[in-house]
Design a protein around this ligand. Sequence first.
Ligand code: SF4
Ligand code: MG
Length: 328
Amino acid sequence: QNTLLKVEDLKTCFFTDSGIVASVDGVSFSVNRGETVAIVGESGCGKSVTSLSIMGLLGSSGKIVNGSIRFEGNDLLKLSKKEMRTIRGNNIAMIFQEPLTSLNPVFTVGYQIRETILIHEKISKDAAKQRVIELLKQVGIPHSERIYHSFPHSLSGGMRQRVMIAMAIACRPKLIIADEPTTALDVTIQAQILEILKSLKELNDTTILLITHDLGVVAEVADRVMVMYAGQLVEQSDVFSLFSAPKHPYTLGLLNSTPKIHRLSEQLESIEGSVPNPLQMPVGCRFHPRCPSAMDLCRQSPPPAISMSEREEVKCWLYAETKEAAGG
Ligand code: SF4
Ligand code: MG
C-alpha cells in the first residue's frame, strides 16, 4: 500500500461562547509513503487544527464532527485514547513551532529522549542512551555527549528544535507532522533545520506532513502542496506546478507576497483584506471578498473541486468554465 495517510471529508468544530466554529470544513487529501506534503496558508486557515485532528490532540473544546482519518488503512477516529497514545510517538510524531514548551525543563534532553524510547520499546537503558547519542548526531548536534546532559533552557532555539526532531524520530515513526518547525528561528537556523528535514526524507524515507505559512519553506522541502483557505483546501498540486503555474487566485496572492520566490517584479504585494471570521463565513466562494477575479457566481455558490490533472485540483469557478469550454 502506497497511501500512508488518507483524510476524507474532515470537519472539525470548536464549541465557543460565541458559537460553533468549523475550523476545518470538508478537507480531503492523502499522503503517500516517502512523500513530503505541505499544507500552506495564512494563520487561522485551519492548518494546525488539521494536524491536531490527525494527532488526536484537539483538547476539550474541539471535536471532529465528520469524516475519517485513515492511517495505514485504520480509521484513527475509531481508536480508543490508549490506542491513539500508542500510535503517537510510535507511528506518528509531531514537531511544533516552539520546542521549549514541548520539552520538560526539569529533565536533561538526553533523559527525555531516552524515556520516550523506553516507553515504546523494550531495550536496555544503555542501548537507549546509545541510540539517543546517535540521534543527536543525526540531527547535526555537535558534542552530543555533552548536549545529552544539558537542560533545555541552556540551549539555543535552533539546538532545541534539533532536540525536538531527534525526539520525534526516536521511535522511527512512519509519519512526522511538522507544524511551522522553522517559524520561530532566524533565517540561517531555518535553513539548517530544513536541511535536517530533507536528510530525514532521504536517509530514513520518512513521510512528512509539513504545516507552514511560508512558501519559501515549501519550495525547499515539499514534493506536493495543499493550499488551505478558511478551513478548506483550495488548491492541491505538485510543487513544480504550483510555482510555475499557480491556479487559485489565493495561491497567486500568497506567491506575490513571498519575497524569496517572487521574481516577476520587485514590489511585494500582500493579499488585501484578511482571513474571514469563521462565525460569518462569506456565502459562495469563501475567498470572494478578497479575490480580484470574483464574479457574480462566486458570491452565490461555493465552487466545486475541479481536477485539472491527475495531481492537480483547484476549487475555483474560473476553472469550471474552462473545463466546460474544453468539454470536460
Ligand atoms: Fe475568486 Fe471566484 Fe475563484 Fe473564488 S471562485 S477564487 S471568488 S474567481
Ligand atoms: Mg498554526
